[in-house]
Design a protein around this ligand. Structure first.
Ligand SMILES: Cc1cc2nc3c(=O)[nH]c(=O)nc-3n(C[C@H](O)[C@H](O)[C@H](O)COP(=O)(O)OP(=O)(O)OC[C@H]3O[C@@H](n4cnc5c(N)ncnc54)[C@H](O)[C@@H]3O)c2cc1C
Length: 277
């Protein structure tokens, strides 16, 4: 099938993009087109106009701060993978980006597009939530910032309001000894995950978070997860307290992936201990 007719605009600034979206309520932003493109072709989305934000300089900017890095929303998965942008973690972002689909998708797909698309089985929503990322939004009422877990409301649902765009995502700086575990279970390489879990253990900052993705609804976020990471037998109680429920077979798969993600933290620790000083 082919997409229905739509107009196309390529504004040069965030203000012009917000104005273009506000002036036409059927308009929709597009960045890499890797999720929206198929939806257009299947006519699951029929915008009157596509507002292309991929080349807006403010969305391509990267700002390194003492406490983290603010990435423009249009930074591509490939730029993370290649280390073309600074990483406030000990290499976690490149590792995650490398596991997204295949290179052709990573060359065009953007971090902002992935967060707004909000597929619960996508890589950035789960991993960046575990890292405590914040989303920066611009709209007709000005700018605002939300914790990623408050931005992601459920499967394919976000707190993005009419006429708003995501301009950036802020990733806090981890301490040097921070460890990260990330596992996903896919039937085939390049396919979306059926279960996924990201775990951050940053003793230096006292931050321990475990996030479960590929659920049918909202991500499950376990903060203060230090006790669970130290003793995974406490997992079931914490998951029940967090309201996590699924069919028995799905639950088994999720539990396996969660345990593997936690185990990866220990491997991360061994690897960093064996690195030469
Ligand atoms: C074959 C294939 C396999 C894939 N496999 C994976 C995978 O394994 N893991 C994974 O994580 N992803 C996967 N993806 C999705 C891919 O990562 C997309 O790049 C990503 O989901 C969307 O980014 P995009 O820049 O292409 O967004 P687009 O497709 O351009 O847009 C997606 C949505 O976000 C909105 N949007 C885009 N940018 C903004 C913005 N700045 N502000 C507000 N709204 C915005 C659009 O209106 C649209 O609703 C796959 C895609 C394909 C085609």
């Amino acid at each position: 099938m082919k997409a229905a007719r739509f107009d196309y605009q390529r504004p040069a600034t965030v203000a012009a993009a917000v104005a273009a979206l506000g002036g036409d309520h059927g308009a929709k932003p597009v960045a890499g087109g890797q999720s929206l493109g198929p939806m257009l072709n299947l006519r699951l989305a029929r915008p009157s106009c596509l507002v292309d934000v991929a080349k807006i300089p403010e969305l391509r900017r990267v700002e390194e701060r003492a406490d983290g890095v603010l990435y423009g929303a249009a930074i591509t998965h490939a730029e993370f993978e290649d280390g073309a942008v600074p990483d406030p973690t000990p290499g976690f972002l490149a590792r995650v980006a490398h596991g997204i689909a295949y290179r052709a998708v990573r060359n065009r797909g953007t971090v902002g597009g992935s967060l707004v698309h909000a597929d619960p089985a996508a890589d950035w929503p789960t991993t960046l939530t575990a890292l405590g990322a914040r989303v920066v939004l611009a709209g007709p009422q000005g700018t605002r910032e939300l914790a990623l877990e408050d931005f992601l409301l459920g499967a394919f649902s976000t707190a993005l309001e009419e006429g708003e765009i995501v301009t950036g995502v802020f990733v806090p700086r981890c301490s040097a000894g921070a460890r990260f575990g990330y596992r996903k279970s896919c039937r085939k390489v390049g396919e979306f995950a059926e279960a996924m879990c990201a775990v951050l253990a940053d003793d230096g900052r006292g931050v321990h978070r475990l996030v479960i993705g590929a659920t049918e609804g909202r991500h499950i976020v376990v903060t203060e997860a230090k006790a669970v990471l130290a003793d995974p037998s406490r997992l079931d109680a914490r998951l029940a307290a967090a309201g996590f429920d699924a069919e028995p077979a799905t639950l088994r798969l999720h539990r396996k992936v969660i345990r593997e993600a936690i185990a990866q933290i220990a491997i991360d620790a061994l690897n960093s201990e064996s690195l030469p000083a």
